[in-house]
Design a protein around this ligand. Sequence first.
Ligand code: BYC
Length: 317
Amino acid sequence: MYLNNDPLEADFQAKIDKGQNIEAKDWMPEKYRKTHIRQISQHAHSEIVGMLPEGNWITRAPSLRRKVALLAKVQDEAGHGLYLYSAAETLGITRDELYDQLHSGKAKYSSIFNYPAVTWADMGAVGWLVDGAAIMNQVMLTRTSYGPYARAMVRICKEESFHQRQGYEIMLTLCNGTEVQKRMAQDALNRWWWPSLMMFGPRDAESPHTEQALKWKIKLKTNDELRQQFVDQTVSQAEILGITIPDPKLKWNEARGHYDFGDIDWEEFTQVVAGNGPCNRERLEARKSAWEKGAWVRDAALAYAEKQEQRSLKVAV
Ligand code: BYC
């Protein structure tokens, strides 16, 4: 039985334990609210910054079919960012504050988007591995305890599953192509494998938020559990492609019923999260510049909305 002296908090925890959602108007501990603002906004920023490595390839897609699919994927990511910003706003933070946190470097976004996409095969690897890792985490989040976040995740997951297949299909085509194309696919896998494993966050023993997040059912699985699930699922997909995961320690462990895998370079993860990855500065500059260059659009939209309001007031009078 859960014991808590604060009746509000006890009631809140009881709801969570029963599997009920917490809604925006419900009472919630301040730390629960702040944790969600942090996580949902980090997630929203990841979608928005995540458009950059792929956006760079839209004009260079090898066929019209590939261009249309990539364009649709990047557009979906903008939509995901917007649902998530809206979900964060239900917790009492404004859109402007959220953008300001991103542009000032105060808010985090996923480490993965600080790596460059240097060949067309990277569009395949990003869809296959990055979206694959994202889905693993986000399917869990469809059952997270905060209602607006959980509901946003349902639609996002449906779209992410198209994204993952789009990437895997690019990889399949390259792997069934010429020797040079297959080498490109292998090279992309070599570069994106370890950063994809880092997406799940630090090891459980070093994750400051996991214990509380499990108690509040923000997370239903730990970082290490999801990372293991991702490795287990991805090995056979690489086998079908006929390319090799760049990890000599990767081996099926019969006793555990899981793949064992090699050590992640946590120093690299720490550096990338701290702002010292290969593209951190470039990504932030791109977002800041888009914000500044878009000022006239926001001004025009506001002026138009004011005009409309004045007009409807006049009609009402
Ligand atoms: N990168 O205690 P922990 C997509 C931070 S985009 C950077 O485990 P938590 C897509 C963490 O924030 C999908 N920072 O934290 C888009 C915390 O920092 P602070 C992105 C990371 O929150 C375009 C500290 O490390 N998905 O699908 O319990 C194209 C300690 O970590 C990272 C989401 O955002 C990282 N990888 O668990 C293609 C999912 N990992 O604030 C695809 C939503 C950890 O204490 N987020 N940190 O300084 C989550 O599920 C959780 O926030 C995490 C971390 C599992 C990521």
